[in-house]
Design a protein around this ligand. Sequence first.
Ligand code: PGA
Length: 247
Amino acid sequence: MRLIIVDDYEQMSKTAAALVADVIRSNPHASLGLTTGNTPIGMYEELSRMYRANMLSFRHTNIFCLEEYLGVGPEDERSLFSWLSRMFITPNEIPADHIHRLRGEDIEPQRACERFDDTIRRIGGLDLIVEGIGVNGHVGFNEPGSLMESRCRVVALSKTTLDYNTSYWNAEVPHYGMTVGIGNILEAKEVILMASGHAKALPLYHSLQGNVHADVPASYLQHARHLTVIADKEAAASLAFISEESS
Ligand code: PGA
């Protein structure tokens, strides 16, 4: 594991964007699994700035949106895919046939999750996954209790996640979600985990320095093939006794 501790949200965002840009420059055909939420917004803004400045092209990249709410299609204001579209896909002009989403509106959602899983497999697996961490230690919508070998699936959202996500929308938060599984995340060649703010300090500590346990799904990332954690000082507060850039 590589741990990068930075001063603040802006530095976290720029550091993450630089790492994503490195992956794309070394492999323009890279497949990226991208998350939503407040944590990655600054990173997406920075990547979009690089794109506008002709420093980066996403013409050949494949984009997978890693989470969605059940029963929510792209036209719904709560659609996480639409959020990612506004933040990243549209500003960076990702070709439509390179965009992959969990179809929240599908009448057979579990089948839709399995198809998403198949697409990831068919494309040769994900080169990079970018995730945030939940205040309850979830990663994606893999809530406490998730298994290490879990795949793309429909999940019940925890009360903590429902409460947290109410700040995103004016509408009610759906009680179920669709998510890539822990197994999918661990198969990715590289994972970047971002964390910012005091609320993430304890979950980050338990994830990186506690036992690997289903109660803290992000702790499974200790088994990632190549994990880079980028945390600002507040999120890293409980990790202060280990050195930066440690392995
Ligand atoms: P946040 O959400 O980035 O909005 O803090 C992260 C998460 O719950 O996974």
